[in-house]
Design a protein around this ligand. Sequence first.
Ligand SMILES: [Fe+2]
Length: 187
Amino acid sequence: MINIGLEDSNRREVTRALNNLLSDEYLLSTKTKNYHWNVTGPHFHDLHTLFGDQYAKLDVFIDEVGERVRALGGNAFGTMTEFLRCTRLQERPEVHPSELAMVEDLYDDHEILLRSLRGSLAGNASLRGDIGTTELLTRAMQEHEKMVSMLQSVLGKHDQLKEWLKAQDAIQREIGIEVLAPAGSAT
Ligand SMILES: [Fe+2]
């Protein structure tokens, strides 16, 4: 029993929510690390660096969440079994997505986490008065927003690249038709 000015039932509810968040963050960090190692393609260097930065940030935050659970008197999850049981995100074992699919996959997961964090901050009555956890979750939300915007920039770049490739294809086709169809052969 600890007495830090928070109701026991609220502390229990908040530690449960934090352990769920820890599970999601752990899975996302592992997935980001996997993509950092396995990304291939023309944007290898940019994406390898971006994913590396992002998993390092997630790992720092994971540590803070685990320690916050302890500060509230709970036991922090620390096994893959617990993380996998409680995460709301999906792993894709043995799948090796393209570089673009990796960015999209991470982007979707950050969005799920952002919706969940916003929901907790707006609607979890147990958080009332728990300034420490509220501050931690607010910071997490801001970090995820930054990560999403970085991934979005990469997707933007890909969109431009895809447009450019499409335009190149069209030019190639035009040239191809001129080259392959000798003057006067058209019927
Ligand atoms: Fe590395």
